[in-house]
Design a protein around this ligand. Structure first.
Ligand code: FPP
Length: 249
């Protein structure tokens, strides 16, 4: 977006930032409240939430983010009313059907983080196809955390490590990370949560130990490019020390 400043200079509404997080995790909360505030049913909020993924991905590419992990369905979400759960399952299927080609043509690589347990065979196939179809794209990675639980991920990794007979004494954090769903992805630098809460909600708990956390009261369907930019500006204000002390001390 370009705007005209008072002295007639053209200036960008989004000046370049010194640092852009490579990997952003997004806890997309507030669909229900967004819908309620408009007198709509919760499903309409989830639909609007799905519609907001594309512009967010475009803005992410524009700002130079290389990996965007979106929390689309947590294993805890199974406890929601059955109609809401099946609505969310349907939405992922529809999004993959209607958006896959466009995502592919725009260079997005789709990844899935989560379990297949409980997901219909049809949806499993769609997810596997989307991942395979886009695997060589490298403009941005859209990692969809669907049927995801951070603790579940750690358990799944541990089970596989035991099955593979890895020597406990030689097990390193690097090896462990390779057993996570996010294998090969760098840890997130920034986790954004919409909807006003300050909770991790079992999201990327192994990977986010040094991530900066940003929470905004804006509901997910209303989270736009300006909101994303604000989060990136705040990220630039933070001093990331990774457990060490600043040089001056
Ligand atoms: C929380 O809103 C949102 C989720 C359950 C996860 C995010 C889901 C979407 C953006 C739509 C589904 C996306 C895909 C790809 C299937 P909430 O219902 O908890 O909102 P509330 O806190 O206001 O009730």
């Amino acid at each position: 977006m370009i705007r005209q400043s008072p002295d007639n200079q053209i200036e960008s509404a989004f000046p370049p930032l010194a640092r852009v997080p490579y990997h952003v995790g997004m806890i997309m909360d507030g669909n229900g409240r967004w819908a309620k505030a408009r007198g709509l049913i919760r499903h309409a909020g989830h639909r609007a939430g799905v519609d907001n993924i594309r512009p967010t991905l475009e803005a992410s590419v524009e700002f130079g983010i290389k990996v965007l992990t979106i929390y689309a369905f947590s294993t805890e979400n199974w406890s929601r009313p059955i109609e809401e759960v099946s609505g969310l399952m349907r939405l992922l299927g529809m999004a993959l059907r209607s958006r896959l080609q466009e995502l592919h043509e725009n260079g997005a690589q789709i990844r899935h983080s989560g379990r297949f347990t409980g997901i219909s065979e049809e949806l499993q196939k769609q997810i596997l196809h989307a991942v395979d179809y886009t695997k060589h794209n490298d403009r941005i990675i859209l990692n969809v955390a669907f049927n995801y639980s951070g603790r579940g991920e750690i358990l799944d990794a541990t089970r596989q490590i035991i099955k593979d007979g890895i020597d406990p004494d030689s097990l390193s954090e690097e090896t462990f990370s390779r057993y996570l769903y996010t294998e090969g992805l760098p840890d997130p630098d920034l986790i954004i949560r919409t909807g006003g809460d300050w909770r991790m909600s079992n999201f990327l708990i192994w990977q986010s130990v040094y991530a900066e956390y940003y929470s905004t009261p804006t509901y997910w369907p209303a989270f736009d490019k300006t909101e994303l930019y604000k989060a990136l500006v705040e990220f630039n204000r933070r001093e990331r020390r990774f457990g060490s002390v600043p040089d001056a001390e």
